[in-house]
Design a protein around this ligand. Structure first.
Ligand SMILES: Cc1cc2nc3c(=O)[nH]c(=O)nc-3n(C[C@H](O)[C@H](O)[C@H](O)COP(=O)(O)OP(=O)(O)OC[C@H]3O[C@@H](n4cnc5c(N)ncnc54)[C@H](O)[C@@H]3O)c2cc1C
Length: 470
């Protein structure tokens, strides 16, 4: 973007909405990925609209002059998706953060893109409702960032991912045209009218359009929650227990795993956490629903696990549930504790495999850690085979950074070998595009055709998802 482009942009968008000072644009040069911390991706400018109507004229200008545009929510993404690989203009959508309408009778809400996930659920909770997808970044992540990465979390097995809750979107296309998907005036909970354009923008990582409004499905909050905890001497036994629980016709709202290193991390972080430490893994089963069903299911899960596990316990008393759940809650923040002075990095951290390959994936990750002499703390959503494998390294050491890249590559390769995917949650961005061809085969070419049809000048988030650079 040259000086004259910048001046024209300021005229179109208004001086107050455009940032160009080095100190300002530096704040937009990275997200949560290790890669964007190792290399600086500086945009030329940042546009912070305070109303959706300000976006189409800016897009139209950028289209005319082939200027890259990168939409950004909170920048908590871990795949480098919201950074400017080829410079250009970042659109920060965080100021568009109004909850426009809550319609509990029709089980839906209408929100602006920058609404923070926790704020939406805080507004819904007193009404007895929730927006179920639940990333660990709830207090920061924006709804449009979640839609663009199809974010999910612990409860995806029972409640689904963000995709299942998006009913319709307002989108500004690369040339500034505005469309509404899911029906212009439609307020129904389902439709089979026309191509499903709504879902096309879910998981598109900002490469097809800028989301400026979302109509989302909401659900009643469950009456009660219970929890069962089981500890195992072998990783494979933990995988078998998950299969057994489903085989016994119980669908927990979450099944989370902490491997040996994750147990250690949680206990070091908060010594009051009481977990067995001499085991290979601990499983947390959360069940929810009507009160009577909750106590039955929690007890039943404990019974099913007992013959395979070294230790089991269960409770449906709300205070006890909180205490038992705490170790799972802290483990993300605690990971770095396993090695004083080192840092947990986001690289190769969210593979997803079929449930029957859970044991093989966990053992494989441990072997990779040993091979490269790198501590990997592994925990995650074992109910759908999705793991967070968190390498803990010395960020000052070039040798450790070299090795952690090899670690990440082997973890991704392992996922593909086990019939899984390289990313179950955090997206492709610029850090996983090298696996797209192998994972998708000829379908990648169809994705490129769609991209080309909607963004022929490749201005929307170029250089991501193996869709083409500049
Ligand atoms: C501590 C921590 C825990 C996390 N836990 C989870 C988890 O449990 N599950 C999970 O899925 N993820 C998790 N994440 C990753 C991340 O928080 C989510 O993917 C989140 O949805 C990203 O939202 P964001 O607003 O930060 O988006 P950003 O990082 O700003 O952007 C993400 C992508 O969306 C695009 N985008 C943003 N806004 C728009 C828009 N309006 N229109 C079009 N494209 C847009 C960007 O271009 C980018 O490609 C975690 C991250 C952290 C730091």
């Amino acid at each position: 973007m040259d000086k004259s482009h910048l001046q024209q942009l300021v005229t179109i968008a208004g001086e107050k909405s455009i940032l160009t000072a080095k100190s300002d644009i530096l704040c937009y040069s990275y997200d949560s990925s290790l890669e964007s911390q190792l290399q600086q991706y500086l945009p030329s400018a940042v546009f912070i609209p305070d109303k959706a109507e300000a976006i189409p004229p800016v897009m139209s200008f950028c289209h005319q002059h082939a200027i890259p545009v990168i939409p950004r929510g909170a920048g908590t993404g871990q795949a480098g998706g919201a950074v400017a690989k080829y410079g250009g203009l970042i659109i920060d959508l965080s100021r568009l953060n109004r909850i426009i309408e809550i319609d509990t009778d029709n089980l839906q809400v209408i929100v602006e893109p920058g609404v923070v996930h926790a704020d939406l659920n805080q507004a819904l909770a007193p009404l007895g409702f929730s927006f179920p997808p639940d990333p660990g970044s709830t207090k920061m992540a924006t709804i449009a960032g979640m839609i663009s990465y199809n974010a999910s979390g612990m409860r995806a097995m029972k409640y689904g991912t963000t995709r299942e809750y998006v009913l319709g979107l307002d989108v500004v296309l690369s040339d500034g045209r505005e469309i509404r998907t899911g029906g212009v005036a439609c307020r129904s909970l389902k439709t089979v009218s026309g191509y499903d354009l709504t879902k096309l923008f879910v998981g598109a990582e900002g490469t097809l359009g800028i989301i400026t409004r979302a109509r989302l499905k909401i659900m009643p909050l469950p009456e009660k929650k219970g929890i069962a905890i089981a500890a195992f001497n072998q990783l494979g036994d933990a995988g078998r227990a998950v299969v057994e629980v489903f085989r016994n016709k119980i669908v927990p709202s979450a099944i989370e795993i902490l491997d040996k290193s994750a147990i250690k991390a949680a206990c070091l972080y908060k010594p009051s956490i009481k977990l067995p430490t001499d085991v290979a893994a601990v499983l947390f089963f959360e069940v929810d629903g009507p009160a009577a069903a909750v106590s039955y299911q929690a007890q039943r899960v404990a019974e099913i696990c007992a013959p395979i596990a070294a230790h089991v316990e269960w409770t449906d008393a709300p205070e006890q549930v909180k205490v038992l759940w705490e170790a799972r809650g802290v483990v993300g923040a605690a990971s770095g504790r396993v090695r004083p002075g080192a840092t947990r990095v986001y690289i190769g951290e969210d593979i997803c495999v079929p449930i029957t390959n859970v044991g093989a994936a966990l053992e494989g990750i441990q072997r990779i850690g040993e091979k490269y002499d790198t501590i990997i703390v592994t925990y995650g959503h074992v109910a759908d085979g999705n793991f967070h494998s968190a390498p803990v390294i010395d960020l000052e050491s070039e040798e450790e950074i070299r090795r952690v890249r090899l670690v990440a590559n082997e973890i991704h390769e392992l996922a593909l070998m086990l019939n899984g995917t390289v990313t179950g949650e955090h997206g492709v961005g610029l850090v996983r595009d090298q696996y797209m061809e192998r994972e998708h085969g000829a379908a990648l070419e169809v994705m490129r055709t769609i991209k080309n049809a909607l963004d022929p000048k490749n201005i929307l988030n170029p250089g991501k998802m193996a869709l083409g650079g500049r």
